[in-house]
Design a protein around this ligand. Structure first.
Ligand SMILES: CC(C)(COP(=O)(O)OP(=O)(O)OC[C@H]1O[C@@H](n2cnc3c(N)ncnc32)[C@H](O)[C@@H]1OP(=O)(O)O)[C@@H](O)C(=O)NCCC(=O)NCCS
Length: 174
């Protein structure tokens, strides 16, 4: 695993979470249980802490960073899809951050929010619980449906399965 101590702070990774060797986790990173951190992810907790809850997945090439004096929090059961950028955010439980979304400074996503693929969520936006947002700048487009909630839940379970399988079977092949 590419884990790096910075200014005396080391990433804390429980043994039941999977971090791909090509992800870089630096400094004050705290990861929950049954998380999957995919290849190419950069979690750079040099200016401040990055806290990730249980059963959350951070997918390929996602970037999480913080400004000095700030923090980024991703709570439990959150999907952070491929190439997402999160900066000084608070993403609450069961949110789904779609592929390529950019979520900027001091944004709060309350529980069960869907951020559509490719959205830019502007500085300071507080997205109420159970809303879908889309676009640049992102606007609320509708309520999250029961079908959306189920899809998000299925996604979390799929990534918990992948986490277990990666821990058990992934080997470097030369
Ligand atoms: C959030 C999401 C599920 C909503 O999809 P949907 O139910 O098909 O879309 P809606 O019916 O809510 O669409 C509402 C409007 O937003 C538009 N829209 C949908 N997705 C959009 C997007 N990503 N960006 C901008 N606009 C979008 C639709 O075209 C529609 O516009 P219209 O009213 O002018 O026709 C989907 O947009 C999305 O981004 N899914 C994320 C997929 C993903 O990244 N998964 C992670 C895989 S690991």
């Amino acid at each position: 695993m590419a884990l790096y101590e910075f200014e005396g702070k080391k990433p804390k990774i429980p043994s039941d979470s999977f971090v791909h060797p090509n992800a870089a986790l630096i400094g004050d990173v705290q990861l929950g249980h049954e998380c999957l951190i995919a290849p190419g992810v950069s979690i750079r907790a040099d200016f401040g802490p990055v806290i990730i809850g249980d059963r959350s997945s951070i997918q390929d090439n996602a970037v999480i960073h913080v400004y000095p004096g700030s923090q980024s929090i991703v709570e439990n059961d959150v999907t952070v899809a491929h190439s997402v950028i999160l900066h000084d955010v608070h993403i609450k439980a069961r949110c789904m951050i779609g592929i390529g979304a950019i979520v900027l400074f001091n944004v709060i996503c309350e529980e069960d929010v869907f951020v559509s693929a490719g959205s830019l969520v502007p500085r300071g936006m507080n997205i109420p619980s159970g809303k879908v947002v889309a676009g640049n700048p992102a606007k609320i487009t509708r309520d999250v449906t029961e079908k959306d909630r189920q899809a998000a839940k299925d996604g979390i379970e799929a990534y918990r399965y992948l986490c277990r399988q990666y821990l058990a079977t992934m080997r470097s092949v030369t």
